[in-house]
Write a protein that binds this ligand. Structure first.
Ligand SMILES: NC(=O)c1ccc[n+]([C@@H]2O[C@H](COP(=O)([O-])OP(=O)(O)OC[C@H]3O[C@@H](n4cnc5c(N)ncnc54)[C@H](O)[C@@H]3O)[C@@H](O)[C@H]2O)c1
Length: 262
C-alpha cells in the first residue's frame, strides 16, 4: 500500500550509498573545507573523524562507498575529497530554493548566510499575507502565493526543485501540494505536521521540540544517575568520577537524525 510518504530506501538512489552515510557527508565536507582554507594538503582518517565528530572506522567505511581509501601513512587528499563529496551531494551545481511562509522562522532562514556558500540560492520568498507582498526580507522582495507556480516553473535555469515550508501547520499540506504540483520534488518541512507526498518526492522534517524532548529524556536519566551516585558516594571517599561528554543520539552519527525523514 502506498502511504504517499517519502519512499526513500535505506540506501540512497545514487550508487547505493546508505542514507546514514549521506547524512554524514556534510559533516566531513565542513571539516574538509576548514582544512582546505588552511591549505592543509592531506588528513588522516583519525584527524578528520575527530574534526567531524564521527568515529574513524565509520568514516573509513563511509569513504569506501565513495571509492576513496586514502594512502597508508599519508591519509586522504583534502582537495580531492572536497570535490568528491561535493559531487556526491550534488553541490557542484547551484540549487535554487523557495521558502514559503515568511514569518519569524521563514525570515530567520532567509537571513541565514550559510546557504549560498553551500550551493543553495534562495530563488524566492513566498507568503500568503498580502501585507507581506513586496516587503524586503534578506534583500529579496516577498512574493505572494498567487505567484508560486510561476516561480517554481520559471526560475532559471530549470525551475525550482527544493521547497522549504515554514507556514503554520494547517497551511503546510495545501502548500506542499501546490509545490509538488508545480514541480518541486524535495521538501524541507518545519511545520509540525506530517506531509503526504506522491512517490518520488522527498520530505525531510525539522522539529526542534522533538530534539529538546530527547535532551529532556537524557537530563532526566542523568538526574537519576546523580541521585544513585550520591547514595553510593555516602560509602566512598573522594570526588565522583567525571563522565566523558556523551553524544546522545541526535545527529547523523547517532541513532536519531537531527533532521528527520517526514
Ligand atoms: N521545526 C521547528 O523546529 C520549528 C521551530 C519554530 C517554528 N516552527 C514552525 O514553523 C512554522 C512557522 O512559525 P513562525 O513562528 O515563523 O510563524 P509565523 O506566524 O511568524 O509565520 C507564518 C507565516 O506563514 C504565512 N502563511 C500562512 N499561511 C500561508 C500559506 N497558505 N501560504 C504561504 N504562507 C502562509 C503567514 O502569513 C506568516 O507570515 C509554524 O508551523 C511553527 O510551528 C517549527
Amino acid at each position: 500500500m502506498a502511504t504517499g510518504r517519502t519512499h526513500r530506501p535505506a540506501a540512497s538512489r545514487s550508487r547505493g550509498i546508505p542514507e546514514a552515510t549521506v547524512a554524514r557527508l556534510p559533516l566531513y565536507l565542513r571539516a574538509l573545507t576548514a582544512l582546505s582554507e588552511r591549505s592543509v594538503p592531506t588528513v588522516s582518517s583519525e584527524e578528520l573523524a575527530a574534526a567531524a565528530g564521527v568515529n574513524s572506522a565509520k568514516l573509513r567505511k563511509d569513504f569506501s562507498y565513495l571509492g576513496s581509501y586514502g594512502t597508508r601513512g599519508v591519509g586522504y587528499d583534502v582537495e580531492y575529497l572536497v570535490y568528491q563529496i561535493s559531487r556526491e551531494l550534488g553541490l557542484t551545481q547551484d540549487w535554487p530554493v523557495v521558502i514559503v511562509g515568511i514569518g519569524n522562522l521563514g525570515a530567520a532562514l532567509a537571513n541565514y548566510g550559510g546557504f549560498a556558500s553551500r550551493g543553495f540560492r534562495i530563488a524566492a520568498l513566498i507568503d500568503a499575507d498580502p501585507a507581506m507582498t513586496g516587503k524586503q526580507v534578506a534583500g529579496l522582495a516577498v512574493r505572494h502565493t498567487d505567484e508560486l507556480e510561476g516561480i517554481i516553473r520559471d526560475t532559471p535555469p530549470n525551475g525550482v526543485s527544493i521547497g522549504v515550508i515554514a507556514t503554520p501547520a494547517a497551511a503546510a499540506q495545501p502548500v506542499c501540494d501546490r509545490l509538488v504540483e508545480a514541480g518541486v520534488t524535495s521538501i524541507l518541512n518545519f511545520a509540525p505536521t506530517v506531509l503526504t507526498v506522491p512517490e518520488g518526492v522527498d520530505v525531510r522534517k525539522v522539529d526542534l521540540s522533538i530534539e529538546l524532548q530527547i535532551l529532556a529524556f537524557h537530563e532526566q536519566r542523568k538526574a537519576g544517575e546523580d541521585a544513585e551516585g550520591k547514595a553510593g558516594a555516602a560509602h566512598a571517599a573522594g570526588p565522583p568520577p567525571r563522565a566523558a561528554a556523551k553524544h546522545t543520539g541526535s545527529g547523523p552519527d547517532g541513532d536519531i537524525p537531527a533532521v528527520m525523514p517526514a
